[in-house]
Design a protein around this ligand. Structure first.
Ligand code: ATP
Ligand code: MG
Length: 496
């Protein structure tokens, strides 16, 4: 036997010994509460590793302390009692992912919960993953068309971007996200709707809306409702991202909606308090920033060399009385590439989507906006900004000069044109047409209250008589002088 063989033999022996040691090492449950278990005696364990309790239920390590580790229980925690034995399984928590998931509803562990067949062809994907580094990424250059005029024109979102949807209760946050999913029907984007801590009835309503609008066929719903344990609620967005990564790795474009991360932070706070971690601001643990940054950092656009796929993230955050300066909103605002701010006052005054244009921003989407939209939206943006300024000042003024009045009127019409019904997405060409009409004064002759009706007229007319024009602009995504002349003619015919 030569020296090398000798060395190998010895090494094998050592490995075997360690293996045995690992099997022999078991910990004991110290206490269980609300789906979280504290365990003593397990020393050889790492963050994210799966452990198994005596009764077969599995858990997942989320906290490592000097003498205890914290585990969230993936299953019925009522069957676990203190003193039970626990083994480390030596692998990081992964969930099954599969093409068959499209059109289905799954839980935070990737298991189907819609009562239909199990997934046959699955792959395992880790729930937590380090986000791709800069070398693997590419800058955002393709838009995600939301189908909403106000977003696509003023706050455009690019594939691979993270755009926050933020607002008080009932301001249309979910509707905005769902409308975006509906609009991906023919755009070759796989959508994932991740529901966290919501009432079951609300999740059912979302699924129903998706079905009605023929949008479930390109969507996966990951659901951890308010009745699920906090551990599943905590896990859900990471699982949804793992599913997204599976498709991104295949070169697909993916859109993930996290509805909502406020409730995700609550779930994490609850877990942390049970783990007796020191509570910080608003009783959240100190690492709550990391909770969301490591999640949203996984959204990106991959370079062509690495498949060219992308994950676009639309996290949702709920505010109280429009206050953006509380802990979780400020955190997530600083992590994302922009925010869409929805306001109760606007919503109640009938401006829906209730987007506050002044406070909303998209930091990268402009680079991804189509040429056609850029052309019509630049004027709109400027006019609206001036309108807001003037509207604020004109409140103190009793007599306004003609020019200011005209400007205010134009602004009021532009505001009307950005109003859009729910579940009624516009194609790029339709958006270009109505925005062009309003921004170029073609609608100035109508009263503000008639604008919606006139808009409908234009859209209907184009759908019948301007089919060719619509198809051309949708296909080329440009808007040249010839298109403009033709559109002008069509609009004038429509509003005659
Ligand atoms: P929550 O905070 O409860 O989750 P939310 O901010 O997600 O609420 P939604 O549930 O999307 O708000 O919307 C609240 C209500 O407003 C719903 O009844 C929805 O149908 C209606 N709504 C939202 N957007 C529009 C719109 N563009 N046009 C008409 N109605 C709308
Ligand atoms: Mg909602």
């Amino acid at each position: 036997m030569n020296k090398f063989d000798d060395f190998l033999k010895k090494a094998e022996k050592i490995i075997e010994l360690t293996k045995e040691d690992q099997v022999k090492e078991y910990g004991e449950v110290y206490e269980v509460k609300d789906g979280v278990a504290l365990i003593t005696g397990l020393t050889n364990i790492s963050f994210g590793e799966v452990v198994q309790f005596e009764n077969g239920i599995k858990g997942y390590v989320i906290d490592i302390d000097v003498d205890k580790i914290g585990v969230i229980v993936l299953g019925d925690y009522l069957g676990i009692k203190s003193g039970d034995k626990v083994y480390g399984l030596n692998y990081i928590l992964s969930i099954p992912v599969s093409d068959e998931m499209i059109g289905r509803v799954v839980n935070a562990l990737g298991e189907p919960i819609d009562g239909e067949s199990d997934f046959k062809n699955t792959k395992l994907y880790p729930v937590e993953k380090i986000a791709p580094g800069v070398i693997k990424r590419k800058s955002v250059d393709t838009p995600i068309q939301t189908g909403l005029k106000v977003i696509d024109a003023l706050i455009p979102i690019g594939r691979g971007q993270r755009e926050l949807i933020i607002g008080d209760r009932g301001t249309g946050k979910t509707t905005l996200a769902i409308d975006t999913i509906i609009n991906q029907k023919d755009q070759d984007v796989i959508c994932i709707y991740c529901a966290i801590g919501q009432r079951n009835s609300k999740i059912a309503a979302v699924i129903e809306t998706l079905k009605e609008n023929d949008a479930l066929n390109h969507t996966i719903v990951v659901s951890a409702s308010a009745t699920d344990s906090v551990s599943l609620q905590y896990l859900a967005p990471y699982s949804a991202t793992a599913i997204g990564e599976y498709f991104m790795d295949k070169g697909k474009d993916v859109l993930i909606v996290y509805d909502d991360l406020s409730k995700h932070a609550w779930a994490y706070r609850q877990i942390s308090l049970i783990l007796r971690r020191p509570a910080g601001r608003e009783a959240y643990p100190g690492d709550v920033f990391y909770l969301h940054s490591r999640l949203l950092e996984r959204a990106c656009r991959m370079d062509q060399k690495y498949g060219g796929g992308s994950i676009t993230a639309l996290p949702i955050i709920e505010t109280l009385e429009g206050d953006l300066s509380t802990y979780i909103p400020t955190n997530v605002i600083s992590i994302t590439d922009g925010q869409i701010f929805l306001e109760t006052d606007l919503f109640n005054s009938g401006i829906r989507p209730a987007v506050n244009i002044g406070l909303s921003v998209s930091r990268v989407g402009g680079a991804a906006q189509t040429k056609a939209m850029k052309k019509v939206a630049s004027k709109l943006k400027l006019d609206l900004a001036q309108y807001r300024e003037m509207a604020a000042f004109s409140q103190f003024e009793s007599e306004l000069d003609e020019q200011t009045k005209n400007f205010l009127n134009r602004g009021a019409r532009l505001t009307q044109i950005l109003i859009q019904d729910k579940n009624n997405p516009y194609s790029l060409a339709q958006q270009v047409a109505v925005i062009y009409a309003a921004a170029n004064g073609l609608l100035d002759q109508f009263s503000v209250s008639d604008i919606k009706k006139v808009e409908e007229k234009i859209v209907n007319y184009l759908n019948v008589n301007g089919k060719k024009w619509l198809e051309k602009v949708n296909k080329n995504k440009t808007f040249d002088e010839k298109d403009e002349a033709e559109l002008k003619k069509l609009i004038n015919e429509a509003i005659l």
